[in-house]
Unconditional design. Structure first.
Length: 147
C-alpha cells in the first residue's frame, strides 16, 4: 500500500495550458478625459469602454490593437506605480504626413519632427497629456535586411 501512495504522490501535476485572449498596453494617467481626447482626436480611435477611471480605445482596422488608460489614483494601480515610466506607444498610420498636419492643427508640439528613416519609416513623435511618448509611424517599405 505504501508503494502506491508514494507513486501517486510523486506524479507531477500537469501544468494547465493558458490561451492568450489579447494583450494590450494600459498606461497610467493623471487625466482620463484628456488622454481619451488626445487619442480620439489625433487618431480617430473609437472608445470601446469608458468609465471615470478607465478608458479603452480600439482602432477599427483589421488586426488593430487596443490601448487603454487607467487613472493613477484608482485602487487597482499599486502604490509606487502611479506615474508613466519611459513608455513609448507606437501608432502605425497610413499617412504620417497627414497625421503630423492634424497634430499641428491640434496645437501639439512635436518631440521629434516628421522624418524619413533609412530603415523604411516616416514618423514623428509627440507627447500625450501625461508625457507618454507617442511615435506616429508610416511604413514606407521593408528594408532588405528584414525580409
Amino acid at each position: 500500500m505504501s508503494n502506491s501512495k508514494n507513486t501517486a504522490a510523486s506524479t507531477p501535476t500537469p501544468t494547465p495550458v493558458v490561451t492568450v485572449q489579447s494583450i494590450h498596453p494600459v498606461v497610467v494617467v493623471g487625466n482620463i478625459d484628456a488622454t481619451q481626447a488626445f487619442y480620439t482626436d489625433l487618431f480617430n480611435l473609437p472608445t470601446t469602454f469608458d468609465a471615470d477611471w478607465f478608458v479603452q480605445l480600439r482602432a477599427e482596422a483589421p488586426g488593430a490593437v487596443e490601448l487603454a488608460a487607467v487613472h493613477a489614483g484608482h485602487p487597482t494601480v499599486p502604490s509606487g506605480w502611479e506615474t508613466p515610466a519611459n513608455v513609448l506607444v507606437t501608432v502605425e498610420v497610413d499617412d504620417a504626413t497627414a497625421a503630423r498636419a492634424r497634430a499641428e492643427r491640434m496645437g501639439l508640439a512635436p518631440v521629434m519632427e516628421l522624418r524619413d528613416e533609412t530603415f523604411g519609416q516616416r514618423h514623428f513623435m509627440v507627447a500625450d497629456p501625461d508625457g507618454v511618448l507617442v511615435d506616429v509611424v508610416e511604413y514606407l517599405f521593408i528594408p532588405d535586411s528584414e525580409r
